[in-house]
Design a protein around this ligand. Structure first.
Ligand SMILES: Cc1ncc(COP(=O)(O)O)c(C=O)c1O
Length: 457
C-alpha cells in the first residue's frame, strides 16, 4: 500500500522531483529548512493565492500548510499585497526607524497588554532575546522547558526538543538531551543549563522545580504545544506554571510564535494567565518575516549598550513592519479570527465523522484555527505519547494520499498541524472531506509500511 501511494505521488510530481534532485546536489536534502524534508521528495512550488498553492508540475492543491502557520491571512492576500506593493517603491530596508515602527509598537503593546516591545524577524530571534532578558533580570542561568517544545533553531533552547527515547531518561524526569546528539551541536555546558520537564504533568514539574527552582531564570513554554501535533496546555497546568514562577522568583515566558495568530490577544487571553514575557511571530507578519518580544518596561528597559544586547540589520524593516501593521489592524481582526475558528471546527468535525464512520484508530485535536489527526486511539499528552502511541506509517500514507489527490492537509511534517486562514472557504472544506473520505476508505485496515519517528522527523 505504501509503495503504491509513493509511486502515485512521484508520478504526479515528476517535475518537482527533477528540480529537487538538482537542488539536493547543492543543499542537504534539497531543502533550506530541515522541517521541509519529505520522502521521496517534497513538492516544489511555483505560486500560491488564497487557500490554493500550485507546484512546478502545474498541480493545484488546497493548502492547509499555509507557510507553517505564517499565513492566517491566506496566500497573496489582496488587501495586504496591494498595500505592500505601493510601499515597495519607498525602499526595502533603511537602517532607521519609521513612523510605522511607532504605530506598530503601539498596536502590539495595546493588543497584547504590555508596556514595551522589541522587533526582530524570526521566532528564534524573539525567544533568544526573551531568554537573555530573563537571565539579566534574575541573575540566574538555568531554564525550564518542556519535552517536545520547540522555540527556534538556536542553541539556547535546542534541548529536549525531539529527543530519541533511547537517551531521554525517565518520563517524569527527562534528561537534557541536546539536539543533534551525539554530534556536539549544542555543547553539554549549554544543555546542562536547560532543565526539561514533561508537558502537562503537574506533579513531575513541581518535583523538578523543588530541586532546581531557585536556579531557574525562566519557565518557557508553548502554551499550545504545536511541534508535536496539537497538545494544548491543560488550563490548571498553565495556571500552576504561573504560580511556580512566582514562588521561585523566576519569569514565565509564553512562546506565542504560533499562538499569537490564533486568538486576538494570543494564548494568554485564552488561558487567562499573564506571562512576564511573550514572543510573537509567524501569522502576525502576514507572510513577511516579523517577530517581537513584549514585556514590562522594567524588563525590556534592560536592553541597551553594555546591557542586554539586541540588534539586527533587518529589524523593523519597513516592509515587514507595514505588513504586520496591516495584518493586525485590518486582517487578523476578532471577527476574521472567529471565522477561521468556525471553519477549523467544521474541518475537525468532518474528519471526526469520517474516522468514526470507518472505525479507524485515530482522533482529531482541534483548537482555534489549528488541528491535526493523530493516528492513535489514546490521547497524546506528552512527547513520549507522541513517539510511542502514533501509527506513523498510517500518517505517512494518509499524507501521501491526500497530497496526491490535491489536498495538503497540514505541513508535510509529522509534528505539525493544519492552519485555516481567513481565505479558506466552505467549498474548500467540502472538497477536503470528499477527498479524505476516499483516502481513509482506501487505507482502512490495509497493511502499511511501519515508520519509526526517527525516519519521520
Ligand atoms: C513555538 C515556536 N517557537 C519558535 C519558532 C521559531 O520560529 P522561526 O522559524 O521563525 O525562527 C517556531 C517555529 O516553528 C515555533 O513553532
Amino acid at each position: 500500500m505504501t509503495e503504491a501511494y509513493r509511486e502515485a505521488y512521484s508520478k504526479k510530481t515528476a517535475k518537482s522531483r527533477e528540480l529537487w534532485l538538482k537542488l539536493a546536489s547543492l543543499t542537504p536534502y534539497g531543502v533550506h529548512s530541515n522541517w521541509r524534508i519529505f520522502d521521496p521528495h517534497p513538492i516544489m512550488v511555483s505560486r500560491a493565492r488564497g487557500s490554493r498553492i500550485w507546484d512546478v508540475d502545474g498541480n493545484e492543491y488546497i493548502d492547509f500548510n499555509m507557510g507553517f502557520g505564517a499565513l492566517v491571512v491566506g496566500h497573496a492576500n489582496p488587501v495586504l499585497l496591494e498595500k505592500v506593493k505601493q510601499k515597495l517603491d519607498d525602499g526595502t530596508v533603511y537602517g532607521h526607524e519609521t513612523e510605522l515602527s511607532y504605530k506598530l509598537s503601539e498596536v502590539l503593546t495595546r493588543r497584547y497588554g504590555y508596556d514595551m516591545v522589541r522587533f526582530s524577524n524570526t521566532g528564534a530571534e524573539a525567544t533568544l532575546l526573551a531568554i537573555r532578558l530573563a537571565r539579566a533580570v534574575t541573575g540566574r542561568s538555568k531554564l525550564l522547558k518542556f519535552e517536545g517544545h520547540y522555540h527556534g533553531s538556536h542553541e539556547l533552547l535546542m534541548v529536549g526538543v525531539k529527543p530519541d527515547l533511547k537517551h531521554a531518561g525517565h518520563p517524569k524526569k527527562p534528561r537534557s538531551v541536546p539536539t543533534g546528539y551525539p554530534y556536539n551541536v549544542v555543547p553539554r555546558e549549554l544543555a546542562e543549563n536547560v532543565i526539561v520537564a514533561p508537558w502537562n504533568d503537574a506533579e513531575a514539574t513541581e518535583d523538578i522545580m523543588r530541586i532546581h527552582g531557585n536556579e531557574i531564570a525562566a519557565i518557557i513554554l508553548e502554551p499550545v504545544a504545536m511541534n508535536m501535533g496539537v497538545v494544548p496546555g491543560k488550563k490548571d497546568f498553565v495556571v500552576l506554571l504561573r504560580k511556580l514562577a512566582n514562588e521561585y522568583n523566576c519569569l514565565l515566558i509564553f512562546d506565542e510564535v504560533k499562538t499569537s495568530g490564533m486568538w486576538y490577544r494570543g494564548a494568554q487571553d485564552y488561558f487567562g494567565v499573564k506571562a512576564d514575557i511573550i514572543t510573537v511571530a509567524k501569522a502576525i507578519g502576514g507572510g513577511f518575516p516579523f517577530s517581537a518580544v513584549l514585556t514590562s518596561k522594567d524588563i525590556l528597559g534592560l536592553v541597551g549598550p553594555r546591557k542586554v544586547p539586541h540588534g539586527g540589520t533587518f529589524n523593523a524593516n519597513p516592509l515587514s513592519v507595514y505588513a504586520a501593521y496591516v495584518t493586525l489592524t485590518e486582517l487578523l481582526t476578532e471577527s476574521n479570527l472567529s471565522y477561521t475558528h468556525k471553519l477549523s471546527e467544521e474541518l475537525a468535525k468532518g474528519y471526526r465523522d469520517l474516522i468514526q464512520d470507518k472505525g479507524l484508530e485515530a482522533h482529531v485535536v482541534q483548537i482555534a484555527n489549528k488541528g491535526t489527526i493523530y493516528f492513535a486511539k489514546e490521547e497524546i499528552n506528552t512527547w513520549r505519547d507522541f513517539v510511542i502511541k502514533i501509527n506513523w506509517g498510517l500518517w505517512y500514507v494518509w499524507t501521501l494520499g491526500m497530497v496526491t489527490k490535491g489536498i495538503i492537509p497540514q505541513p508535510m511534517a509529522v509534528d505539525e498541524q493544519w492552519t485555516v486562514s481567513i481565505m479558506h472557504t466552505k467549498e474548500d472544506l467540502q472538497k477536503t472531506m470528499e477527498t479524505a473520505d476516499g483516502i481513509l476508505s482506501e487505507i482502512k485496515g490495509k497493511l502499511v509500511e511501519s515508520i519509526a519517528i526517527e525516519e519521520a522527523i
